[in-house]
Design a protein around this ligand. Sequence first.
Ligand code: ATP
Ligand code: LTN
Length: 326
Amino acid sequence: MTRVFSGIQPTGELHLGNYLGAIRNWLPMQHETDAVFCVVDLHAITVPKPPGEVGADSLRLSQLLMAAGLDPEVCTLFVQSHVREHSEAGWLMQCSVSFGELSRMTQFKDKSDQHDFISAGLFTYPALQAADILLYDTDEVPVGEDQRQHIEITRDIAERFNSRYGETFVLPQAVVPAAGARVMDLQRPDNKMSKSLDSPKGTVNLLDEPERIEKKIKSAVTDNDGEVRFDVDEKPGVSNLLSILGAATDRDPVTLADDYHQYGALKVDTAAAVVELLTPFQARFAELEADPGETTRLLRIGADKARDIAATTLARAKSNIGLLAD
Ligand code: ATP
Ligand code: LTN
């Protein structure tokens, strides 16, 4: 069966971009593939965090994922730091990637501009991500467009390791969905919707109340020519609304544009579609939030399943390098 692996950082809240660009596409995979999903807390601490925050965020994100429809009885859902093999394999990956390759990563360039303290971990982040993926003999990695470069470097690392030490790792492939792959900020539609953009009015959080969602979508930045047309370069704001409405209603944003002659109507329908999408999700989250012990129990089962797979792959990698057996 195809092995699918993806990871998501426990930072702040989840937004509509995370949901439409990533999580929603994970749901059917649970049933069609052998799917492993990881809350990547070790990636989150590549930027400084107040003590205690990451743990609370990991629990909350796990509940958000379960509310969105990830079923820990069907897929494997776990927290990265619960499976030590990730840190250990991360070191092996750091030794199989060059300074030059890491220097070309656009996410590092973006994130290092946003922080005063630039950790070495932020720089070597792609090596840990490669470990995440390669430990599970992953065939496919479902991610948003922004992660393509990280999957490419993972392949390069795996190829280098295999050619140095013999066949060890499966070469993974990125799977990027076409519709809704990139949701843009509602106020700054040239930027992707992102937790770290710090644009509260431009970011629809999955737990926002319906009135708040309506308000944000109705005040989305568009343009002055009044024409509803899907054209990302010329009309980023309008195209973003069409993408969101298209992704929420399973329709093609280009043909959707023919149904609208005014921005107002497009905004009303987009807001209604997003509210409809999120209402049942919010109700499930409230139930899970009320019982954190149950989430912890499910995450422990997930970590046990993940560790079984990861330990086997790590042992193979160490043995192929020729490290002295313990
Ligand atoms: P940050 O702002 O810290 O970079 P983020 O909001 O981009 O965080 P991540 O945790 O990096 O979120 O990403 C989780 C998943 O959501 C990834 O698969 C990523 O590709 C996807 N994703 C993030 N933002 C968007 C977006 N605006 N549109 C589509 N997919 C997105
Ligand atoms: N770098 C990713 C998160 C991530 C990931 C992974 C995604 C860490 N490890 C493994 C896919 C597979 C991000 O910032 N979205």
